[in-house]
Design a protein. Structure first.
Lengths: 135, 146
Protein backbone atom coordinates (compact mmCIF):
# COMPACT_ATOMS: atom_id res chain seq x y z
CA UNK A 1 0.00 0.00 0.00
CA UNK A 2 2.71 2.51 1.05
CA UNK A 3 4.38 2.80 -2.37
CA UNK A 4 0.98 3.75 -3.78
CA UNK A 5 0.30 6.56 -1.30
CA UNK A 6 1.77 9.29 -3.57
CA UNK A 7 -0.47 7.96 -6.34
CA UNK A 8 -3.51 8.08 -4.06
CA UNK A 9 -2.68 11.61 -2.81
CA UNK A 10 -1.82 12.80 -6.32
CA UNK A 11 -5.14 11.40 -7.52
CA UNK A 12 -6.96 13.21 -4.70
CA UNK A 13 -5.34 16.45 -5.89
CA UNK A 14 -6.65 15.78 -9.41
CA UNK A 15 -10.12 15.40 -7.87
CA UNK A 16 -9.69 18.59 -5.81
CA UNK A 17 -8.59 20.53 -8.90
CA UNK A 18 -11.64 19.33 -10.83
CA UNK A 19 -13.99 20.21 -7.95
CA UNK A 20 -12.45 23.69 -7.67
CA UNK A 21 -13.00 24.42 -11.37
CA UNK A 22 -16.53 22.97 -11.20
CA UNK A 23 -17.93 24.76 -8.14
CA UNK A 24 -16.15 28.10 -8.66
CA UNK A 25 -16.03 28.51 -12.46
CA UNK A 26 -18.79 26.05 -13.33
CA UNK A 27 -16.55 24.23 -15.82
CA UNK A 28 -15.51 20.61 -16.35
CA UNK A 29 -11.77 19.99 -15.95
CA UNK A 30 -11.43 17.87 -19.07
CA UNK A 31 -8.02 18.44 -20.61
CA UNK A 32 -8.89 17.36 -24.15
CA UNK A 33 -11.94 19.64 -24.04
CA UNK A 34 -9.90 22.55 -22.70
CA UNK A 35 -7.16 22.12 -25.34
CA UNK A 36 -9.73 21.51 -28.09
CA UNK A 37 -11.71 24.64 -27.23
CA UNK A 38 -8.48 26.62 -27.03
CA UNK A 39 -7.52 25.46 -30.54
CA UNK A 40 -11.03 26.26 -31.77
CA UNK A 41 -10.79 29.80 -30.37
CA UNK A 42 -13.38 29.35 -27.60
CA UNK A 43 -12.97 30.83 -24.08
CA UNK A 44 -9.34 31.48 -24.93
CA UNK A 45 -8.16 33.42 -21.82
CA UNK A 46 -9.54 30.94 -19.26
CA UNK A 47 -8.29 27.93 -21.23
CA UNK A 48 -4.82 29.47 -21.60
CA UNK A 49 -4.77 30.18 -17.86
CA UNK A 50 -5.59 26.52 -17.13
CA UNK A 51 -2.99 25.20 -19.60
CA UNK A 52 -0.26 27.50 -18.22
CA UNK A 53 -1.17 26.33 -14.70
CA UNK A 54 -1.03 22.72 -15.86
CA UNK A 55 2.52 23.26 -17.15
CA UNK A 56 3.48 25.09 -13.95
CA UNK A 57 2.44 22.04 -11.89
CA UNK A 58 5.59 19.96 -12.50
CA UNK A 59 7.73 23.06 -11.79
CA UNK A 60 5.94 23.54 -8.47
CA UNK A 61 6.62 19.85 -7.79
CA UNK A 62 10.31 20.38 -8.62
CA UNK A 63 10.47 23.42 -6.32
CA UNK A 64 8.82 21.43 -3.51
CA UNK A 65 10.76 18.17 -3.76
CA UNK A 66 13.99 19.48 -5.29
CA UNK A 67 13.73 17.12 -8.29
CA UNK A 68 11.70 16.99 -11.47
CA UNK A 69 9.06 14.30 -11.81
CA UNK A 70 10.28 11.40 -13.97
CA UNK A 71 9.08 11.50 -17.57
CA UNK A 72 10.28 8.49 -19.58
CA UNK A 73 9.23 8.09 -23.19
CA UNK A 74 10.40 4.79 -24.63
CA UNK A 75 8.43 5.04 -27.90
CA UNK A 76 10.33 6.06 -31.08
CA UNK A 77 9.41 9.42 -32.65
CA UNK A 78 7.12 8.02 -35.34
CA UNK A 79 5.11 6.13 -32.73
CA UNK A 80 4.88 9.28 -30.57
CA UNK A 81 3.63 11.15 -33.65
CA UNK A 82 1.03 8.52 -34.57
CA UNK A 83 -0.04 8.19 -30.94
CA UNK A 84 -0.56 11.96 -30.65
CA UNK A 85 -2.70 12.01 -33.80
CA UNK A 86 -4.88 9.15 -32.53
CA UNK A 87 -5.25 10.75 -29.10
CA UNK A 88 -6.23 14.07 -30.71
CA UNK A 89 -8.82 12.57 -33.07
CA UNK A 90 -10.16 10.06 -30.54
CA UNK A 91 -10.63 12.46 -27.63
CA UNK A 92 -12.51 14.96 -29.79
CA UNK A 93 -14.70 12.27 -31.38
CA UNK A 94 -15.34 10.65 -27.99
CA UNK A 95 -15.94 14.02 -26.26
CA UNK A 96 -13.28 13.52 -23.60
CA UNK A 97 -10.30 11.73 -22.15
CA UNK A 98 -9.01 10.32 -18.86
CA UNK A 99 -9.81 13.55 -16.99
CA UNK A 100 -13.24 14.59 -18.29
CA UNK A 101 -14.73 11.10 -18.62
CA UNK A 102 -12.42 9.24 -16.23
CA UNK A 103 -12.61 11.59 -13.24
CA UNK A 104 -15.59 13.95 -13.48
CA UNK A 105 -17.74 11.76 -15.68
CA UNK A 106 -17.47 8.84 -13.28
CA UNK A 107 -18.07 11.15 -10.30
CA UNK A 108 -21.21 12.50 -12.04
CA UNK A 109 -22.35 8.90 -12.65
CA UNK A 110 -22.63 9.70 -16.36
CA UNK A 111 -23.58 6.68 -18.44
CA UNK A 112 -21.63 8.11 -21.40
CA UNK A 113 -18.49 8.52 -19.29
CA UNK A 114 -18.72 4.99 -17.89
CA UNK A 115 -18.96 3.66 -21.45
CA UNK A 116 -16.11 5.90 -22.67
CA UNK A 117 -13.82 5.04 -19.73
CA UNK A 118 -14.42 1.30 -20.08
CA UNK A 119 -13.71 1.59 -23.82
CA UNK A 120 -10.47 3.57 -23.65
CA UNK A 121 -9.16 1.51 -20.73
CA UNK A 122 -9.85 -1.71 -22.65
CA UNK A 123 -8.34 -0.34 -25.89
CA UNK A 124 -5.32 1.03 -23.98
CA UNK A 125 -4.71 -2.28 -22.18
CA UNK A 126 -5.08 -4.34 -25.37
CA UNK A 127 -2.76 -2.00 -27.31
CA UNK A 128 -0.06 -1.69 -24.63
CA UNK A 129 -0.12 -5.42 -23.82
CA UNK A 130 0.04 -6.44 -27.50
CA UNK A 131 2.90 -4.03 -28.19
CA UNK A 132 4.64 -5.21 -25.02
CA UNK A 133 4.49 -8.83 -26.17
CA UNK A 134 5.61 -8.02 -29.74
CA UNK A 135 8.55 -5.88 -28.63
CA UNK B 1 -12.25 42.57 -18.45
CA UNK B 2 -14.12 42.78 -15.17
CA UNK B 3 -12.82 41.82 -11.73
CA UNK B 4 -14.97 38.71 -11.92
CA UNK B 5 -13.33 37.47 -15.12
CA UNK B 6 -9.86 38.09 -13.64
CA UNK B 7 -10.90 36.00 -10.64
CA UNK B 8 -12.06 33.23 -13.00
CA UNK B 9 -8.69 33.31 -14.77
CA UNK B 10 -6.88 33.02 -11.44
CA UNK B 11 -9.05 30.03 -10.48
CA UNK B 12 -8.45 28.38 -13.87
CA UNK B 13 -4.69 28.84 -13.42
CA UNK B 14 -4.79 27.50 -9.86
CA UNK B 15 -6.92 24.52 -10.88
CA UNK B 16 -4.49 23.75 -13.71
CA UNK B 17 -1.51 24.00 -11.39
CA UNK B 18 -3.04 21.69 -8.77
CA UNK B 19 -3.83 19.26 -11.60
CA UNK B 20 -0.24 19.38 -12.91
CA UNK B 21 1.16 18.97 -9.39
CA UNK B 22 -1.19 16.03 -8.80
CA UNK B 23 -0.06 14.39 -12.03
CA UNK B 24 3.58 14.82 -10.96
CA UNK B 25 3.03 13.52 -7.41
CA UNK B 26 0.99 10.54 -8.61
CA UNK B 27 3.59 9.58 -11.22
CA UNK B 28 1.01 9.76 -14.00
CA UNK B 29 2.94 12.49 -15.82
CA UNK B 30 5.34 9.64 -16.71
CA UNK B 31 4.24 7.55 -19.73
CA UNK B 32 6.39 4.66 -18.45
CA UNK B 33 4.27 4.45 -15.28
CA UNK B 34 1.05 4.59 -17.29
CA UNK B 35 2.28 1.81 -19.60
CA UNK B 36 3.29 -0.13 -16.48
CA UNK B 37 -0.43 -0.27 -15.74
CA UNK B 38 -1.75 -0.73 -19.27
CA UNK B 39 0.74 -3.46 -20.23
CA UNK B 40 -0.45 -6.57 -18.40
CA UNK B 41 2.35 -8.74 -19.78
CA UNK B 42 5.32 -6.71 -18.52
CA UNK B 43 6.00 -9.16 -15.66
CA UNK B 44 5.97 -6.29 -13.13
CA UNK B 45 2.47 -4.82 -13.38
CA UNK B 46 2.06 -1.43 -11.69
CA UNK B 47 -1.43 -0.79 -10.24
CA UNK B 48 -0.71 2.91 -9.49
CA UNK B 49 -3.20 4.22 -12.06
CA UNK B 50 -6.07 2.57 -10.17
CA UNK B 51 -5.05 4.41 -6.99
CA UNK B 52 -4.84 7.69 -8.89
CA UNK B 53 -8.28 7.27 -10.46
CA UNK B 54 -9.71 6.01 -7.16
CA UNK B 55 -8.30 8.99 -5.21
CA UNK B 56 -9.58 11.43 -7.81
CA UNK B 57 -13.10 10.00 -7.87
CA UNK B 58 -13.11 9.82 -4.04
CA UNK B 59 -12.77 13.62 -3.93
CA UNK B 60 -14.82 14.37 -7.05
CA UNK B 61 -17.97 12.50 -5.90
CA UNK B 62 -18.62 14.73 -2.84
CA UNK B 63 -17.62 17.71 -4.99
CA UNK B 64 -20.32 16.84 -7.52
CA UNK B 65 -22.83 16.33 -4.68
CA UNK B 66 -21.98 19.84 -3.46
CA UNK B 67 -22.29 21.22 -7.00
CA UNK B 68 -25.75 19.72 -7.37
CA UNK B 69 -26.91 21.62 -4.28
CA UNK B 70 -25.68 24.91 -5.73
CA UNK B 71 -27.89 27.03 -8.01
CA UNK B 72 -24.85 28.44 -9.81
CA UNK B 73 -21.06 28.31 -9.52
CA UNK B 74 -19.35 30.87 -7.26
CA UNK B 75 -18.02 32.99 -10.14
CA UNK B 76 -20.42 32.40 -13.02
CA UNK B 77 -24.14 32.66 -13.76
CA UNK B 78 -24.58 28.99 -14.66
CA UNK B 79 -22.82 25.63 -14.80
CA UNK B 80 -21.38 24.62 -18.17
CA UNK B 81 -21.93 20.88 -18.19
CA UNK B 82 -22.17 18.28 -20.97
CA UNK B 83 -25.77 17.92 -22.14
CA UNK B 84 -25.61 14.69 -24.13
CA UNK B 85 -26.71 11.55 -22.33
CA UNK B 86 -26.94 8.87 -25.03
CA UNK B 87 -24.14 6.37 -25.59
CA UNK B 88 -23.57 6.62 -29.35
CA UNK B 89 -21.20 5.26 -31.96
CA UNK B 90 -19.00 8.36 -32.01
CA UNK B 91 -18.44 8.09 -28.25
CA UNK B 92 -17.37 4.46 -28.44
CA UNK B 93 -15.33 4.68 -31.67
CA UNK B 94 -13.65 7.90 -30.49
CA UNK B 95 -12.82 6.42 -27.08
CA UNK B 96 -11.40 3.30 -28.75
CA UNK B 97 -9.20 5.42 -31.05
CA UNK B 98 -8.05 7.42 -28.02
CA UNK B 99 -7.31 4.20 -26.10
CA UNK B 100 -5.18 2.84 -28.95
CA UNK B 101 -3.18 6.08 -29.04
CA UNK B 102 -2.90 6.14 -25.23
CA UNK B 103 -1.73 2.52 -25.06
CA UNK B 104 0.89 2.94 -27.79
CA UNK B 105 3.01 5.67 -26.15
CA UNK B 106 1.52 6.04 -22.66
CA UNK B 107 0.48 9.69 -23.04
CA UNK B 108 -2.97 11.17 -22.64
CA UNK B 109 -3.74 14.90 -22.98
CA UNK B 110 -3.28 16.04 -19.35
CA UNK B 111 0.16 14.53 -18.68
CA UNK B 112 1.39 15.47 -22.17
CA UNK B 113 0.51 19.16 -21.83
CA UNK B 114 1.75 19.20 -18.24
CA UNK B 115 5.10 17.62 -19.20
CA UNK B 116 5.76 20.37 -21.79
CA UNK B 117 7.58 22.24 -19.00
CA UNK B 118 9.98 19.32 -18.39
CA UNK B 119 11.82 19.91 -21.68
CA UNK B 120 11.97 16.54 -23.47
CA UNK B 121 11.71 16.75 -27.28
CA UNK B 122 9.16 13.90 -27.57
CA UNK B 123 6.64 15.83 -25.49
CA UNK B 124 6.08 18.80 -27.84
CA UNK B 125 6.08 16.33 -30.74
CA UNK B 126 3.20 14.47 -29.11
CA UNK B 127 1.32 17.66 -28.22
CA UNK B 128 1.66 19.11 -31.74
CA UNK B 129 0.46 15.81 -33.26
CA UNK B 130 -2.43 15.73 -30.77
CA UNK B 131 -3.40 19.32 -31.62
CA UNK B 132 -3.24 18.43 -35.33
CA UNK B 133 -5.51 15.43 -34.67
CA UNK B 134 -7.98 17.62 -32.80
CA UNK B 135 -8.05 20.27 -35.54
CA UNK B 136 -8.33 17.54 -38.20
CA UNK B 137 -11.30 16.06 -36.36
CA UNK B 138 -13.05 19.36 -35.70
CA UNK B 139 -12.57 20.59 -39.27
CA UNK B 140 -13.26 17.40 -41.22
CA UNK B 141 -15.01 14.83 -39.08
CA UNK B 142 -17.69 16.87 -37.39
CA UNK B 143 -20.18 19.64 -37.89
CA UNK B 144 -18.83 22.35 -35.61
CA UNK B 145 -20.15 21.74 -32.10
CA UNK B 146 -17.73 22.38 -29.30
Amino acid sequence: MTPYLPSLFGGMLLGASAVLLLVVNGRIAGISGIVGRLLGGYQVPANIAFVVGLMAGPLLYAATYDRYPAVTIAAPWYLVLASGLLVGIGTRMGSGCTSGHGILGLARFSKRSFAATATFLAAGIITATTMGILR
Amino acid sequence: MTGLSYARLAVAFLSGMIFGFGLSLSGMVDPARVLGFLNLASGHWDPSLMFVLGGAVLIAVPGVMLQRRMKKPALDTRFHLPEKSAVDTRLIVGSAIFGIGWGSAGFCPGPAVSALSIGLPSVPLFVVAMAAGMILHDRLLTRKRL
